[in-house]
Design a protein around this ligand. Structure first.
Ligand code: SF4
Ligand code: SF4
Length: 110
């Protein structure tokens, strides 16, 4: 499942630079994919774009936003269950220039 940020976010900004997929945006800021911009998903708190979040699959064995968040408000979104296969395919689509191979880091393999 994609990770989501709850309304407990204190807007510290620590998570945004840690995301390997640029899936995290400050509240009120447009998000971007393939050169197209979209309206912000939140105007009040940092937010995660589900279409860009891989739960860090392909890059790390744990969610980097959750690892740095001081108030533990980056959590798995129960409304968006996704398999490792779906998430690594997303990572490949987002990063066509990266060769992930078979032994990519994944929270499913810890
Ligand atoms: S779980 Fe990983 S990919 Fe998803 S938003 Fe957090 S840092 Fe980015
Ligand atoms: S690290 Fe946590 S509190 Fe800070 S902006 Fe990100 S989600 Fe909000």
């Amino acid at each position: 499942m994609a990770t989501k940020i709850t309304d407990e976010c204190i807007n510290c900004g620590a998570c945004e630079p840690e995301c390997p997929n640029t899936a995290i945006y400050e509240g009120g800021v447009e998000w971007e994919l393939d050169g197209v911009k979209y309206p912000p998903l939140s105007n009040d708190y940092y937010y995660i774009v589900p279409e860009k979040c891989t739960e860090c699959v392909g890059f790390y064995d744990e969610e980097q936003c959750a690892a740095v968040c001081p108030v533990d408000c980056c959590i798995p979104d129960p409304d968006r269950p996704e398999t490792e296969e779906v998430l690594i395919e997303r990572a490949k689509r987002l990063h066509p220039d990266i060769e992930f191979g078979d032994n990519f880091p994944s929270r499913f393999r810890k």
